[in-house]
Design a protein around this ligand. Structure first.
Ligand code: MG
Ligand code: MG
Length: 253
């Protein structure tokens, strides 16, 4: 069942979204060669708690940290560690969430570590652009399939692949609510979009094949062929006045 939110609930989600977005800005500003993923995770946790919110990821399904931090061919769900040191040329995906007054924000970014390859820069850019292609389809009366078709269309046009195994989702009082929001699909198909829907759109894009595998740690997901992967996610709300991107606090990020 889809939990539609009224305007008071969407106002509460704006706060959760803003805190989540600010935590990611702070994380971005820490990214440089020599920093561990543990240090970034700790800073995110402290910031969210300082805001009076709860790190949504901490303990979720047993996850041991406040952010998923995934490097290069790791797609999602990387576990922060004192042993994971960022190095020049890496790309790092940081995915986090904050729960504030009972509502969740969920957002991710891919950040270059120092100077990265032209391929890595293009991948990050295409992944981000594919998110906004999807958002263009978020209109009352459109369908879930319109979002995925737009995302996948841009990805494929750039010679990349969209991960199919993991998808976006409704978000609200829970981090994962109905409906699923795949990053692929058929235009005109699927659940109809209506005012009050709050969803996380989160393209995961690979340079190589779409296949992924989970590591024995039970969390980390990597590309099966070892190719680079990028991720971009925001929590958005569809209202009668249009779309609000709740977790984006800086225009170009
Ligand atoms: Mg996320
Ligand atoms: Mg998500």
């Amino acid at each position: 069942m889809i939990h539609l939110k009224n305007s008071a609930q969407i106002t509460a989600m704006k706060d959760a979204g803003r805190i989540t977005g600010e935590a990611l800005l702070l994380a971005r500003d820490m990214v440089r060669p020599g920093v561990t993923t543990y240090e970034i995770d700790e800073a995110i946790r402290r910031y969210i708690e300082k805001c009076g919110a709860k790190p949504t990821f901490l303990g979720y399904g047993g996850f041991p940290a406040s952010a998923c931090i995934s490097i290069n061919d790791e797609v999602i769900h990387g576990i922060p560690s004192k042993k994971r040191v960022l190095k020049e040329g890496d790309i790092v995906k940081i995915d986090t969430g904050a729960t504030y007054h009972g509502y969740v924000g969920d957002s991710a970014r891919t950040i270059p570590v120092g100077a990265v390859s032209a391929e890595a820069r293009k991948l990050i850019e295409v992944t981000r652009n594919s998110f906004f292609k999807g958002v263009e389809q978020v209109k009352i009366g459109n369908r879930i399939g319109d979002i995925g078709a737009a995302i996948d269309g841009l990805v494929v046009a750039n010679g990349y692949t969209t991960v199919k195994r993991y998808v976006g989702h409704g978000v609200g009082e829970e981090m994962h609510e109905s409906p699923d929001v795949p990053n692929f699909g058929t235009a005109g198909r699927g659940t109809r979009l209506c005012a009050g829907m709050t969803i996380a759109i989160e393209p995961m894009v690979n340079v190589g094949r779409e296949d992924v595998r989970e590591l024995p740690d039970g969390w980390t997901v990597k590309t099966a062929d070892g190719s680079l992967s990028a991720h971009y996610e925001n929590t958005i709300a569809l209202t009668s006045d249009g779309v609000l991107i709740l977790t984006q606090v800086e225009k170009d990020f």
